[in-house]
Ligand binder design. Structure first.
Ligand SMILES: Cc1ncc(C[n+]2csc(CCOP(=O)(O)OP(=O)(O)O)c2C)c(N)n1
Ligand SMILES: [Mg+2]
Length: 411
């Protein structure tokens, strides 16, 4: 029996078990978020030789458009690379989790553990000249856009070696063709439409992905951006990462229609199994082709799940059950799902997987250590205001959390 088949059997057993409330909660999704089940396939010997695998039949749900093909063409090397990328993002965020708990990271810290397939699958479908902008949950996207693990962790630690010189923190990381990391919920959607407009205006053949959460999807500015994008046929993909919850409440309690891919009304949409990195890549490649062929925008919904709370200060269990979180972790995890397929398809052996995991550890851990070893910046006016104020306009004081904490440099 294939590993994926035993997983499938476990899943079916769970679904038919007496634990009705959770099964009911999960069945509101009309497409699968299964990342583990796979059709039979056999990878060729040559790691660069393309071969075709079938995506699960419930990978996509299209709105006013033909969905992408379920035939996914890949290579051993691509599959291995996707695995390494997702494992790297997860290990990096585990390090951030530890550093936050040790109080080395202060302020905000939003982890995407559970959602890695979206950032990785999307990047595999686009080029470095395509554009990406996202919400505050941005570490994985920053890494996939080219930021090093060291520069991301150093940013969280407030070091000058950070990707934004330690002045942005968790929500404000930027790289080439990556416009952050935005702390204002929803703000990145019209900005993303603007980036897409710039691509069209400049005659570039590139797509822009503007990502937002289910919690941002009801904002007025989102619909204003949809309108302009359609009016001017802007090559932008509005990508809703639907992880089922906003900051403390479920999507079903905040949205009159939780089919986020249909919320563009006059814009075609596609819902994607966001726990399956292969489905994400297939959908994003299809979306790039559609939007950059003069068809205008698309609305995409990535069904995904975050295992942690909204931020480090949220245990994430007051608005969902522990059972639900652990069920998703055990049964629908994107990384575990790809592991199963790598084995089933003969891409790697069990020993090969161990090697891959060790390789990820050997890359991530020294980079995290280097970020931790970087010097804490001096608390001087020069360092604090560098890159923030135009020379000569720096204030002589720094506001604290309370009036008493205000720091006056000249005293
Ligand atoms: C304009 C604005 N309103 C409120 C907030 C506070 N806030 C931060 S995240 C969040 C919920 C966002 O949920 P969602 O978009 O689903 O993203 P997720 O946390 O699930 O990734 C809220 C209300 C904010 N940052 N900006
Ligand atoms: Mg959400």
């Amino acid at each position: 029996m294939l590993a994926s088949q035993s997983r499938k059997a476990a899943l079916n057993a769970f679904r038919s078990s007496s634990r009705k409330p959770l099964a009911a909660a999960l069945s509101v999704r009309s497409i699968s978020v299964d990342a583990t089940a796979s059709q039979d396939a056999q990878a060729p010997e040559d790691p660069d030789k393309p071969f075709t695998v079938k995506l699960l039949s419930q990978s996509f749900d299209a709105y006013n458009i033909e969905p992408p093909s379920l035939d996914f063409v890949t290579t051993k090397n691509e599959l291995i690379d996707m695995y390494k990328n997702m494992a790297t993002v997860r290990r990096m965020e585990f390090a951030a989790d530890r550093l936050y708990k040790e109080r080395a990271i202060r302020g905000f810290c939003h982890l995407s553990v559970g959602q890695e397939a979206v950032a990785v699958g999307m990047e595999k479908a686009i080029t470095p000249d395509d554009q990406v902008i996202t919400s505050y949950r941005c570490h994985g996207f920053a890494y996939m856009r080219g930021a090093s693990v060291k520069s991301i962790i150093a940013e969280l630690l407030g070091r000058r070696e950070g990707i934004a010189y330690g002045k942005g923190g968790s929500m404000h990381m930027f790289a080439k063709s990556f416009y952050g990391g935005n702390g204002i919920v929803g703000a990145q959607v019209p900005v993303g439409a603007g980036i897409g407009f710039a691509m069209k205006y400049l005659g570039r053949p590139n797509v822009t992905f503007a990502l937002y959460g289910d919690g941002a999807a009801n904002q007025g500015q989102v619909f204003e951006a949809f309108n302009m994008a359609k009016l001017w046929n802007i090559p932008v993909v509005f990508g809703c990462e639907n992880n089922k919850y906003g900051m403390g409440t479920s999507a079903a309690r905040s949205s009159a229609l939780t089919e986020y891919h249909q919320r563009g009304q006059y814009i075609p949409g596609l819902k994607v199994n966001g726990m399956d990195v292969l489905a994400v890549k297939q959908a994003c490649a299809w979306a790039k082709e559609y939007t950059t062929s003069g068809n205008g925008p698309l609305v995409m919904e990535f069904l995904t799940y975050r295992y942690g709370g909204h931020s480090m200060s949220d245990p994430g269990t007051s608005y969902r059950t522990r059972e639900e979180v652990s069920w998703m972790r055990t049964n629908q995890d994107a990384i575990a799902g790809l592991r199963t397929r790598l084995l089933d398809w003969g891409v790697v052996t069990e020993d090969g997987l161990k090697e891959l995991d060790k390789g990820v550890k050997d890359v991530v851990d020294p980079e995290v250590a280097a970020a931790e070893a970087a010097e804490v910046p001096e608390n001087t006016r020069k360092v604090l205001y560098e890159d923030i104020y135009t020379r000569g306009s720096e204030p002589d004081w720094l506001r604290g959390r309370t009036a008493e904490e205000t720091y006056y440099y000249k005293e």
